[in-house]
Design a protein around this ligand. Structure first.
Ligand SMILES: [Zn+2]
Length: 70
């Protein structure tokens, strides 16, 4: 899977192939020559989830600290 961010509408679009013409599905802009990036794989998504979980834990600690303070 490849991913490109449209230079016109800034929406991501996905394709299974980096070859051939690539037209933005949102605004029909030709983004064939836009640099593509690999779409997020599972590991990447897992890392993000862990980051989010850490944030949530930190927020919980933060509110506990506030509770103690009150
Ligand atoms: Zn577009």
């Amino acid at each position: 899977m490849f991913k490109k961010i449209c230079t016109n509408c800034h929406q991501p679009s996905f394709s299974s192939s980096e070859r051939g013409q690539w037209i933005c599905p949102v605004c029909s802009h030709d983004i064939t020559h836009v640099f593509h990036q690999p779409a997020e794989d599972r590991n990447e998504r897992q890392k993000k989830l862990e980051l989010l979980a850490n944030k949530y834990t930190q927020n919980q600690n933060h509110s506990q600290a506030i509770n103690k303070y009150i």
